[in-house]
Ligand binder design. Structure first.
Ligand code: FAD
Ligand code: SF4
Length: 519
């Protein structure tokens, strides 16, 4: 460590690996020090899966090497450095003592918890923490706050259209390209009995020697953490991320829209991009994704429904959930509008359940650190919603298990979209469905010991049993929601005895799972 005072300590976090960040524009290697730290707390505040930990650490090391190669001064604290205090605050304190910087500067962090800890540390040291806007987003938090002001409910569709108009993305002379804003109707297909056929396998990035070192360290240091590293193949540098983007645009984007909601057992990737982790590490800029997708449409390589569907995810949902996070934190974390209090089932950490859909989604999650959106929303998320799991426990699971998991995007998706715990701020109705939905969108039910449409009897599908229990439990709460009128109408045909029977079946299932059973 140097002892001469430095001018600026430039803090770079594990999810800020952007070579083009404003923060890095005028680095003076003689007076500015780039500072990065691997700290245990970031992997233990939720018990993170090994693949998630490894993605962050391996990508950070690559980034630091690149900065050094550019001639910049870098201090990099490794997780297994003896003096490592294990927390970002502790390490920053040490760095301030050692280098006595005049300024602390960083790109605005993604997580409220991290910003809070770093601000406090800076304040204790008598320094201001200077924050640069994160240019990885098309909409600033201030712009989102303006959009949200005065609205009781937020809706993606309004926000998304505004953003497209403002940025000109996928627009032709002020009108939506392709003539429509929304191609959802074309984008909800299942594969049908014949299945997906031959799928284009995504490009893999097999670990080099440095990454293998990280994998070995993660295995050693996080021996009791969930998940496997055997199939680890994520893009970890900007160059790899660019190749992953090109691979997606060329081979999978054309099928993306149509099969966006489809699920197929044993097929984790289908037509999805696998780009969320590279985006969230900031190896890629979302503008690059949407420009590449738009170009593919204009060149006739991909249909409009695929391109619009993809653009909607990247500049619609992704920006929207970030706005919700930063305008609602820290209270958002404790949202629990449905007063759900069940513990997270033990099998979420093993996949050991006879419910075929859950066994596949959880098994794959632990194996590769990935599940696509509909697996997250309509299998693992749906089951937790119907069972009534306490939202914070659901949140801790999602934040722990995925390689792309960072709180600003994970939390609104979990609390708002999947668990309806914010009472409808983000989603207009709960994403509640019975086993029939999973049967329609996947092939899981064919290989399951339960029957998706049975709500009674020995083969009753737990999703269907719980769905009826959910409608009965929340009837009073949801009756005023116009979008729940149709589902709740199903209850009208039931007499009291039938209602009691369904509620008892749902309660019995909840009680079995609470006791540790797999179904
Ligand atoms: P694709 O299906 O190829 O989609 C393209 C890109 O669009 C993604 O890479 C992602 O950046 C963006 N995107 C798509 N859907 C969403 C969405 N709902 N919100 C924000 N961005 C979206 N995404 C994360 O990046 N990190 C998370 O921690 C995360 N947690 C989630 C938790 C739950 C309960 C749910 C329901 C969704 C979560 N998502 C999260 C959103 C989405 O599931 C993932 O972005 C997506 O599955 C990542 O895979 P992909 O890169 O192949 O995405
Ligand atoms: Fe899942 Fe029910 Fe279908 Fe089994 S029958 S796979 S539990 S939805």
């Amino acid at each position: 460590m140097t002892s001469a005072p430095i001018r600026r300590l430039l803090i770079i976090l594990g999810d800020q690996l952007d070579e083009h960040a404003t923060l890095l524009r005028d680095v003076d290697p003689d007076h500015d020090l780039i500072w990065m730290a691997e700290v245990r707390e970031e992997s233990t505040h939720v018990r993170s899966a090994r693949a998630r930990i490894a993605v962050f650490l391996a990508a950070m090391r690559r980034f630091a090497d690149r900065q050094r190669a550019l001639g910049r001064a870098v201090e990099y604290i490794r997780l297994d450095d003896r003096a490592n205090t294990g927390t970002l605050a502790g390490e920053l304190r040490r760095a301030i003592e050692a280098h006595r910087p005049r300024h602390l500067a960083m790109t605005a962090p993604g997580d409220w918890r991290v910003l809070d800890a770093l601000r406090r540390t800076a304040r204790e040291a008598g320094l201001a923490l200077e924050l640069e806007d994160d240019t990885h987003f098309l909409c600033t938090v201030r712009e989102f706050a303006t959009h949200a002001r005065g609205r009781k409910q937020l809706r993606l569709e309004y926000f998304y259209r505004e953003l497209r108009q403002r940025t000109g993305i996928l627009m032709d002379k002020g009108k939506p390209a392709g003539g429509r804003w929304n191609f959802d109707a074309e984008n909800r297909r299942a594969f049908g009995a014949q299945g997906p056929g031959e799928l284009p396998p995504p490009q893999r990035f097999l670990p080099d020697a440095d990454t293998r070192d990280v994998l070995a360290m993660v295995t050693r240091e996080f021996a009791d953490h969930p998940g496997s590293l055997a199939a680890f193949d994520w893009p970890l540098s900007r160059a790899e991320a660019m190749r992953a983007l090109e691979d997606f645009i060329t081979h999978r984007l054309p099928g993306f829209g149509r099969y966006q909601d489809a699920i197929w057992a044993g097929e984790p990737w289908l037509y999805h991009s696998r780009l969320a982790s590279a985006l969230n590490l900031k190896l890629l800029n979302p503008r690059e994704l949407v420009q590449a997708a738009e170009r593919a449409w204009r060149d006739g390589h991909a249909p409009i429904e695929a391109v619009e569907g993809f653009v909607r995810q990247v500049i619609g949902w992704r920006e929207y959930v970030r706005g919700i996070y930063w305008t609602r934190m820290p209270g958002y974390l404790d949202s629990n509008a449905l007063e759900a209090g069940e513990p997270l089932p033990a099998f979420y950490w093993s996949g050991d359940t006879p419910m075929a859909c859950l066994a596949d989604a959880i098994g794959q999650t632990l194996r590769v650190g990935y599940a696509h959106h509909i697996q997250r929303l309509m299998i693992t998320g749906l089951y937790a919603l119907l069972l009534g799991v306490e939202p914070r426990q659901v949140h801790a699971w999602y934040l722990a298990v995925y390689v792309d998991a960072v709180e600003w995007v994970e939390l609104p998706n979990t609390i708002g979209m999947s668990q309806f715990a914010d009472g409808g701020l983000m989603a207009s109705k709960p994403y509640a469905a019975s086993g029939a939905y999973i049967d329609r969108m996947s092939n899981h039910c064919r290989g399951c010991r339960f029957r998706p449409r049975d709500k009674t009897g020995e083969h009753a599908c737990p999703f269907t049993v719980l769905y009826w229990g959910f409608l009965l439990r929340h009837h009073e709460r949801l009756i005023r929601n116009p979008r729940m009128k149709m589902p709740l109408r199903h209850l009208e045909g039931l007499d009291d005895a039938a209602r009691r029977d369904l509620q008892a079946r749902a309660d019995a299932h909840r009680s079995r799972v609470r006791g540790g059973a797999g179904a």
